[in-house]
Design a protein around this ligand. Structure first.
Ligand code: PMP
Length: 452
């Protein structure tokens, strides 16, 4: 094993990190994680922490999921790689498409297009949406609608529908013909109300207004996360996604649910859309589909969309899109084992139960600490929004947020901060004791950072 100093020096010298300034990473070395077990990770200093981030919202079953590890080992021995490009397939990828169709049957999603991760899934869905309309004889339907504060990965299509300037500005110009509606965000919004149901209605009016302006016959799809994750765990009112669905239907616009975080139980429902009673036309999945053990994703496709492609003739219906690793057999094997364990452990129910306890704990922290401006969550995706002044809602200073992180770390809990939000997205297999550990580490962090 290398010395810690070697790792720190070479991390600074040779490695650029996603979502970070290279110079800042050089000045402030990251915590280097070396091992993990159960729901805990261990850093190179030998410190063990409860991982309240769940990897990156993806390690739903924790780090010791033996059936998934074994499936990966077995698949590596049997067939470490083969492609699914036209003309070939693999038994494992076929098996997975069968299991996913079973899994998503109630959502009406019965075809899978495999990808290597979330950004690939978003790109796939955006492209398939445009192609769907071309096959249907509506080639002018090319535009996309999305939500401010939405996060849809980093490819140019995904970045174009992203609703956060940080992920856009340095990479412009992006795709033309993308417009954004307000986020369903009660704590901060342009509507002069904090009532989530009113906000849902206001955004629906905005959507209708924008459709009238753009022309419905120019719009391919609306993309949204059922619960907005990276934007700060923004939980819309229960009427919001059904409203978006109804407007899409009224105007022939496809609805893409970006469930890269929310599929497979995180919100307490098996999918975020199902939790809101909505059937999307395309659903992007990735992350927890392999429990984070292998980069993999799937776009699930509704019967209605499938029928158009499968009923088409000639080049317009041929999918000129795909990845070397689409349906990677090792990823597919990991996903098959993950689905089985996810189902056996009924993690959606645990996410709902532990999520309710976590949210109650976070509400207590809000009552105790002035620093907490807002608390949000659904299932095991939660956020604390830290403010320096509750009246003006000015976001907390960077070093205040850092202090919360550092103290929680010292207390043995890994959390994630994003701007002035603290994001909590632990594995879905955590216990009530784990929830208490997370809440008390945050309590210590908020106290140290100046809360009361
Ligand atoms: N969509 C959503 C909703 C996400 O949360 C993410 C990743 N956090 C992505 C897309 C992109 O996924 P990936 O990082 O695997 O490309």
């Amino acid at each position: 094993m290398r010395e810690t100093n070697f790792l720190i020096e070479n991390n600074a010298r040779h490695m650029w990190h996603p979502m970070a300034h290279p110079a800042e990473m050089q000045a402030n070395p990251p915590h280097i994680v070396q091992a993990a077990k159960g729901v805990e990770v261990t850093d190179v200093e030998g410190k063990t922490l409860l991982d309240a981030v769940g990897g990156l919202w993806n390690v739903n079953l924790g780090y010791s999921c033996e059936p998934v590890k074994q499936a990966i080992r077995d698949q590596l021995d049997a067939l470490p790689y083969y492609s699914t490009f036209r003309g070939t397939s693999t038994d494992t990828a076929i098996e997975l498409s069968y299991e996913l169709a079973e899994w998503f049957k109630t959502d009406g999603l019965t075809r899978a297009f495999f990808t290597s991760g979330g950004s690939d899934s978003v790109e796939t869905a955006l492209r398939l949406a445009r192609q769907y309309h071309k096959i249907n004889g509506q080639p002018e339907r090319t535009k996309f609608v999305a939500l401010k504060k939405g996060y849809h990965g980093t490819h140019f299509g995904g970045a174009s529908v992203n609703g956060n300037a940080n992920f856009r500005r340095n990479y412009e110009p992006l795709l033309p013909g993308v417009f954004h509606l307000a986020a369903p965000y009660s704590y901060r919004n342009p509507f002069n109300t904090t009532d989530p149901a009113e906000i849902a209605q206001a955004i629906a009016r905005q959507f209708e207004d924008e459709i009238a302006f753009q022309g419905a016959d120019t719009i391919a799809a609306m993309i949204m996360e059922p619960v907005l994750g990276s934007g700060g765990v923004i939980v819309p009112h229960e009427t919001f996604m059904p409203l978006m669905r109804a407007i899409c239907d009224r105007h022939g616009i496809l609805l893409i649910a970006d469930e890269v975080i929310t599929a497979f139980g995180r919100t307490g429902a098996w999918t975020g859309s199902r939790g809101w009673g909505v059937k999307p036309d395309l659903m992007c999945t990735a992350k927890a589909i392999t429990n984070g053990y292998f980069p993999f994703g799937a776009v699930m496709i509704a019967e209605k969309v499938a029928a158009v492609f499968e009923g088409s003739k000639g080049a317009v219906g041929s999918i000129g899109h795909g990845y070397t690793y689409s349906g990677h057999p090792v990823g597919a094997a990991a996903a098959l084992a993950t689905l089985k364990e996810t189902n056996r452990l009924n993690v959606a129910a645990n996410a709902a139960a532990r999520g309710a306890e976590l949210l109650a704990g976070l509400e207590d922290l809000k009552a105790k600490h002035e620093l907490v401006g807002d608390v949000r969550g659904r299932g095991l995706m939660c956020a604390l929004e830290l403010v320096s002044d509750r009246k003006t809602k000015a976001g907390a200073a960077k070093d205040t947020v850092q202090k919360v992180f550092d103290t929680a770390y010292a207390e043995g809990v890994m959390i994630r901060t994003s701007g002035y939000n603290v994001i909590i997205s632990p594995p879905l297999v955590i216990t009530a004791d784990d929830v208490s550990r997370i809440v008390s580490a945050l309590d210590a962090g908020l106290t140290a950072a100046g809360g009361k």
